[in-house]
Design a binder for this molecule. Structure first.
Ligand code: IMP
Length: 200
């Protein structure tokens, strides 16, 4: 039994492999598994989109299929970009521009008015068709300037006041311990272990 993770995002795949490595299972991306599916993420919640992704691929006899849907919610922008985080200002617009635009849109806010969170829902589809979802979140504020070159996406402007740094200034291990995706993946691990025990 292996795990196929339904994402084409190399940055995410790197984080996911690291977090799931203690399951001792092979973790393949869709590309690694030779699966090409044109998935239309037209859900309005992270949960709906994560389920759309696993249902587009599974169930499969020899693999547990996982998918995540995640995004950035900025309170002062009515929780934008939310489920549209990847598509914000257009899919092909660089994060340098997306991040600068967000900073500009928040120019008349200070301190906790700049609150935001990353949210992530992981969906799992097992070979018998059983489905489950687990969510995780991480709180922060939008910084006044981008900083750091780790991570991906909105990480350079996602500032964690308690740690006095942006997510892009963290190591991958630091990020995975507290991130929305790290927490959601930790939550799905016991579900996977349980299913495997019951179907050994
Ligand atoms: P998804 O691939 O449809 O789940 O879209 C997730 C999008 O949310 C990404 O493309 C990023 O724009 C944003 N995002 C989610 N998680 C992170 C993260 O850990 N760092 C930076 N951006 C993230």
């Amino acid at each position: 039994m292996k795990i196929i993770f339904a994402t084409g995002n190399a940055g995410k795949m790197k984080e996911i492999r690291e977090i799931l490595k203690d399951l001792g299972m092979e973790v393949l991306s869709m590309k690694d598994a030779g699966i090409t599916a044109d998935i239309v993420e037209d859900g309005t919640t992270f949960e709906e989109n994560a389920l759309i992704k696993v249902r587009a691929i599974g169930p499969m006899d020899d693999a547990i299929i996982l998918a995540d849907d995640s995004g950035l919610e900025i309170d002062a922008l009515n929780k934008e970009p939310g489920v549209y985080s990847a598509r914000y200002l257009g899919e092909d617009t660089s994060y340098e521009i997306k991040n600068k635009t967000i900073i500009a849109r928040l120019s008349d806010t200070v301190g906790s008015e700049r609150s935001c969170r990353y949210r992530c829902v992981i969906a799992a589809m097992f070979p018998d068709g059983f489905e489950n979802t687990v969510s995780g979140s991480m709180e922060g504020v939008i910084s006044h300037f981008p900083a750091g070159d780790g991570g991906f996406g909105y990480d350079p402007i996602f500032y964690i006041p308690e740690l006095k740094k942006t997510v892009a200034e963290m190591t991958m291990d630091e990020k995975n311990l507290i991130s929305h995706r790290g927490l959601a993946l930790e939550g799905i691990k016991p579900v996977i272990k349980n299913w495997l025990e019951l179907h050994a």
